[in-house]
Ligand binder design. Structure first.
Ligand SMILES: C[S@@+](CC[C@H](N)C(=O)[O-])C[C@H]1O[C@@H](n2cnc3c(N)ncnc32)[C@H](O)[C@@H]1O
Length: 491
């Protein structure tokens, strides 16, 4: 087998240029590395991860794709009228409202691209105009297509600015006739001035309103709004690696933080984790996660709709113990409350999956200072031709005991600029204790911060039973916390 040095040598001598780059590469801006050969791209990503994370541990050779094309299972098309008043569909040119017309894309699913092409023609037949953000005229903002690569199921979402879709039954009929592979069609209404594709309200026009897909031996429900990894082939590679790193023996209590539709947690629950608790902010994704658990007959798992930081903080306050934390935060990485509580909970292992090595570097620095050792770093190329790279990292607890970490762990010499402004939860607790003798929990602090309009995330809901109440901060503690917030000039 090729070792790291041999791979490095091969990639260093790999052809620099892609002989057949996408003709839209410069205009579209989606595939920043299209001008490089694929081997060269992998080398570029390896170097990036080594530069950012190499000081924590040796970085394993990146796992690339055998066929790095048409891997995107989700396609979002924007619509506009060109100079000849013809409907075009494609992507927005970076930082503009100009749509770059795309007939077929080298990384998008080909079936999805064909469906978008058909919709473009049907829009003309059904007199549906593309929405123009500058004039406020028109109807169709976007079309979103999701396809299950294994199941073959296809979802189409028509995103419109108004709830009225003319001749919708005939439109749905015509679309299904052209593409019998479509299993569900929805209309999503987005009438806000926003760069977000989907709006709040949603109507099912055909089928169940979701698709199902198989991954690592489990079946997952995917709804229009919930997050699902966009490269199913590499997702299997990534998750298999994450489960291998966690090294479950059948007894571990596990938290799957930022769990989305529950994918990693459910696979873990099926592959040797003793009990899994998933936590996720997006309500739709949690709903999907719960039905995914039922669909797969997995019983050793609970899902909660909550901010992951607040949830972990409350777990730490309640003295709960956790053996392994699997975490997969968004690009911004984790936040200070989450990491502080994670250090306090002191799981034996942390498996951190990240799509942004820069925020990963910041968060690893935090965890290393809290007494964790980085044991393995594995980059996986989930997004060929783009400058994004996914990385999975195993951290384990060193010799330092968790109580000591809680007392000695100082944030003062760290660059905290990536985290929230103002005092940390620990600083607020210490201030309140010193000035009033009262002990306050992170939960109470977050309640008062929210009352004062400070940023703490949303959707706090830690109850294990549906009707259980979240404890509310008593007035004397509220006054003490307010005093601390004033002292730290946060209000
Ligand atoms: C990179 S995705 C990972 C999802 C899931 N692990 C998967 O692979 O499908 C990040 C997820 O974190 C969720 N999220 C973002 N901020 C959060 C927060 N403060 N607390 C909990 N979940 C959050 C997002 O809704 C999204 O589902």
């Amino acid at each position: 087998m090729e070792n790291q040095e041999q791979q490095r040598r091969r990639e260093t001598h790999a052809p620099e240029r892609n002989p057949n780059p996408c003709p839209l590469y410069r205009k579209c801006g989606g595939c920043q590395l299209q001008n490089m050969s694929y081997q060269r791209q992998l080398h570029w990503k390896q170097e990036l991860v080594e530069r950012l994370l190499g000081r924590f541990h040796r970085v394993n050779p990146i796992i690339g794709m055998e066929h790095p094309y048409h891997y995107r299972n989700k396609v979002q098309a924007a619509f506009a009228l060109d100079r000849r008043k013809q409907i075009v569909s494609g992507v927005y040119q970076a930082s503009t409202h100009r749509v770059v017309p795309v007939e077929s894309c080298m990384i998008e699913d080909e079936t999805a691209d064909r469906i978008v092409g058909t919709i473009r023609k049907l829009m003309k037949d059904f007199k549906m105009e593309p929405y123009n953000e500058d004039t406020g005229r028109g109807l169709v903002r976007h079309v979103l297509v999701k396809r299950g690569f294994v199941s073959g199921q296809v979802m189409v979402v028509m995103v419109t600015v108004s709830p009225i879709l003319p001749a919708k039954n005939n439109f749905v009929k015509a679309l299904r006739k052209a593409h019998p592979e479509i299993t569900t069609i929805l209309q999503n209404v987005n009438n806000r001035a926003t760069s977000m594709v989907l709006g709040e309200s949603e109507k099912v026009l055909y089928g169940p309103g979701y698709i199902e897909e198989s991954l690592c031996g489990c079946v997952f429900r995917i709804s229009a709004k919930s997050f699902y990894q966009i490269n199913p082939v590499q997702t299997e590679v990534l998750y298999n690696k994450a489960i291998e790193l966690a090294g479950f023996t059948g007894k571990e209590t596990v938290v799957d933080a930022y769990c989305g539709t529950g994918t990693i947690g459910l696979i873990a629950a099926k592959r040797g984790a003793g009990h899994v608790t998933g936590v996720e902010l997006n309500q739709d994704a949690v709903r999907d996660a719960i039905s995914n658990a039922k669909r797969n007959g997995i019983k050793n798992v609970y899902f909660y709709n909550a901010d992951a930081g607040e949830f972990l903080s409350a777990m730490a306050d309640e003295g709960e113990t956790v053996d392994v934390v699997l975490m997969d935060p968004p690009r911004a990485g984790s936040d200070e409350q989450f990491l502080t509580s994670l250090a306090g909970l002191a799981p034996k292992k942390i498996v951190y999956i990240s799509c942004n090595p820069e925020t990963l570097q910041r968060d690893l620095q935090f965890l290393v200072r809290a007494g964790y050792h980085v044991q393995e770093i594995q980059p996986v190329d989930m997004f060929p031709h783009t400058n994004h790279v996914e990385t999975v990292v195993l951290l384990s607890k060193g010799e330092i005991d968790s109580k000591k970490v809680r007392v000695e762990f100082s944030l003062e010499d760290m660059d905290m600029s990536g985290f929230q402004k103002g005092a940390t939860y620990e600083q607020i607790k210490a201030y309140v204790l010193e000035h009033t003798g009262l002990k306050v929990s992170s939960l109470y602090i977050s309640q008062i911060k929210r009352k004062c309009g400070l940023d703490v995330g949303q959707n706090y809901n830690l109850s294990k039973k549906e009707d259980a109440k979240v404890p509310q901060c008593p007035p004397e503690k509220e006054a003490a916390i307010m005093e601390a917030l004033k002292h730290f000039q946060m209000i």
